[in-house]
Design a protein. Structure first.
Length: 255
């Protein structure tokens, strides 16, 4: 008998379907949009930060999958107190993201397909590593929010993905994992590329004028400001290999 699973993380929902465990998913958040045909019609149990705990209990799941960063500790504690089995994820590197595929698949009863998918993603990452080996890193700035400007430091999955792809994060040494920054400070670091993802803040063409303080940087001088796929940057799972490869190609153009 398949397990009844509630997923409170969009990327984990996608992994469950990718490893063939979609039929076990009985509840998701309203932010779980992929795969569209898989999540359509599934009960939505609130958001990642404000799940409907009563609705989750009604679904009587055998397993609830969560993330240490996207979900709240108090919700984890409440679900645990209700007697539910919880799988908490917290990948902060590409390799941990690859390993998570197999771990989640095993918990969902889809171990064989999970191992196969993890192996495929790992092989794709290895090919990128081989291509960028011995090439100089490309300095980049990648904000994830505006008003205030925010980015990420070295202790994050996005940082590691771009590191593997050949990037050097100009905010890597910041103390906070998601520091607030001033563009004048970023300009002094002379990024060669600026990456503007479409989530969590949805950067668009209309945001480009706000980068005026970076006008003297190599990135803006060469027109290397790119609107990029936020899911490729932050969603671990079946997107890992393609995401690393895409960013490696984009960064390589700046060398």
């Amino acid at each position: 008998m398949s397990r009844r699973i509630v997923s409170l993380v969009p990327s984990l929902t996608e992994i469950l379907f990718a490893v063939g465990a979609g039929e076990s998913v009985v509840g998701v958040t309203r932010f779980c949009t992929d795969p569209p045909e898989g999540v359509a019609g599934l009960p939505a149990v609130g958001g990642t930060k404000n799940p409907d705990l009563a609705a989750i209990a009604v679904l009587a799941p055998d397993l609830v999958v969560m993330n240490a960063e996207e979900n709240r500790r108090e919700d984890f504690e409440a679900l645990t107190a209700a007697g539910l089995e919880i799988l908490v994820t917290d990948p902060r590197t590409v390799d941990e993201g690859v390993a998570l595929i197999g771990r989640l698949a095993e918990a969902a009863g889809a171990g064989a397909r999970g191992r196969a998918l993890a192996a495929a993603q790992g092989a794709a990452v290895a090919r990128v590593r081989a291509r960028v080996r011995d090439r100089r890193p490309v300095r980049y700035f990648c904000p994830i929010w505006r008003k205030p400007w925010m980015t990420f430091n070295a202790d994050t999955y996005a940082h590691d993905l771009l590191r593997v792809a050949g990037g050097e994060n100009v905010a890597a040494a910041r103390a906070d994992r998601y520091p607030v920054v001033e563009l004048d400070e970023i300009a002094a670091a002379a990024p060669e590329v600026v990456l503007l993802p479409d989530e969590p803040y949805r950067f668009q063409e209309r945001d480009l004028p706000a980068l005026a303080p970076l006008a003297g940087t190599p990135a803006l001088a060469a027109g290397r400001v790119h609107l990029v796929d936020g899911k490729a940057l932050a969603w671990y799972g079946p997107r890992i290999g393609a995401g690393v490869a895409a960013f490696a190609a984009l960064l390589a153009a700046a060398r």
